[in-house]
Write a protein that binds this ligand. Sequence first.
Ligand code: ZN
Length: 338
Amino acid sequence: MYTRVHGLWFEDGGLIIKAESTIFRISKCLLAARSTFFSDMIILPPLPESDMELIDGIPVVTLPDPAKDVEVFLRAIIDSSYFMPPPKPVQLSEVLGILLLSHKYDVGYLFCRALEHLSMQFYFPLAKAYRSSKNGIEAPCHIKFSSTQPNTSELFHIIKICKMVGADWILPMAYYYAYYHIQQADLLSMTSEDDEYHSRLCLSASRNLILSNLKMFYFLKTTVDDCLDSRQCNLVRQGIWSYMLTAVQEPLDVAPLDSFREDFWEQVWLDENSSQDEDEPSAFCVHCYHATKRTHDHLLRDCWDRLPFFFCLPGWSDLEVVRQTVFGESTSGNSDEV
Ligand SMILES: [Zn+2]
């Protein structure tokens, strides 16, 4: 009638946890030592035997949670090597199941560990993320999704659970991912009470994200007084513009934080020992290179700084205070690191 889970059924366990049609037999004391919810429950006077469900004479506690979440949660409590801190690879379903139930049943160290995993994927300093990978700011990290990139359901799961547990610092990038990974028609069709608030928030950021993307192209308008060869540098600007219009199907849909990454700047840099085609130059003079890159960096930083506001969230420094409070860290340090 019930399914017992391998590795979570101990003959000497004094408590049976039931979730859906799955049962787990574990140590009451171990669970109470890890979870204040269960320790409070266990010290309550027991129910009269007639009201108590028993399996093999062992009391049963029924949880309303999905069995798959309870399974990963109990595994993480019982097996200390099962849910290691990042960068150890983990499945997204494990992270979210453990995050949700460690919050609900008050297991502080697992709650923080699950948030550390999500923070590594969705919360990072701009400069480090942008410069360290040529694969884009969205390069997959150590969290394993069902495919190489998170799908709609996974992204909305992340967003809803982080919102529920107060991990707001993860939300700007989670919304940003959702906006660029989910078709607008799909966002518009998310009308369930649970999803609609978040899908509308993503859609309402559209104007600001497109504007940021447009602004990002302004770096091509940078005028440089001490340009060494204005004819050549203007040809480079025109070449980049033509490339953008032909190579990218929908230039306005380019994710602003992902435009003009490090490999682009390598292409427009002219090594002093190299030469280039005079009629079709690809690299700026040294002064235009630095001035143009400075403008781009400024625009990128501006977009990053405003990203949380696009999704009606507080700024990064306030989000960092929330993160430090949850992790019990001092908030007196540099909160502008992200
Ligand atoms: Zn120049």
